[in-house]
Design a binder for this molecule. Sequence first.
Ligand code: AMP
Length: 286
Amino acid sequence: MVELITSAKEMLHQMQEWRASGRTTGFVPTMGALHEGHLSLVKRAKAENDVTIVSIFVNPTQFNDASDLEKYPRTLKKDLTLLAECGNVIAFAPDVSDVYPDGMQIARRFELGQLETGMEGAQRPGHFQGVVQVVKRLLDLVPATRLYMGQKDFQQFTIIRYMLSQWQLPVSLIICPIVREENGLAMSSRNERLSPGARKKAGIIYQVLTSLKKNAAASQWQNALLIHQQMFQENGVDLEYLEIVDAESLMPPDPIKGCRCAVACVAVQIEGVRLIDNIVLWGNLP
Ligand code: AMP
């Protein structure tokens, strides 16, 4: 069964009641167009909490490209059916005016330093300021015990983890593994925009990542990186970036200080659709 709440005031009121009665709450923020990747977060939240809340909100402030925002799929009815199949879930689908009653301008930039300058931050200026803004606002309305996010958006959860610690927000962040299609393509709402041929071709992303994992030993990752960057060109895929970063700093692994956990992150465009993915090369995600 799924209960739909659209009013921010009602959502907060419900949260206060659950908290007062000592119930634990798990919160899964999404932009809708739900797939098995999202549902894996929902199932985990359900297993670990008394109440599970899934927000469905396409956040305008994290899109730096108006046509990307416009094209983003909105499938509320289907999403509610999928959530109902998971069992008891609260769906929170507010309007933009409810999330941003004072307007969408970002009053004060949140200092993210180097965490937002590379990879997605470089390709999508302002994106992470919008992400921080919406997650903070959603956590004001849904002050949950646990917050569930996917490893799929690696830079995003790294930034949210930093934000939670900087503001000392009393919520535990739980990172869930990437759910993939049969050919290894990471599930994404954007995959729907690919033709069947392109969807098949996109399997190359995971093939390159797994090959890189096999070949990028801590001592000689630079060489392996170059070779694997070329693999995309060789297969006619438009590569935006393939980088290896330290999971804490998001900078290249430091040869002197070492790096406890390294992650390879990639963004490509296929048929004009941006696809991102990542893989842990060594160590454990912090
Ligand atoms: P989105 O709706 O794309 O903003 O995603 C909502 C949440 O689902 C984010 O925390 C994503 O990282 C997570 N997510 C999206 N795709 C996947 C996937 N294939 N596997 C696991 N988590 C995912």
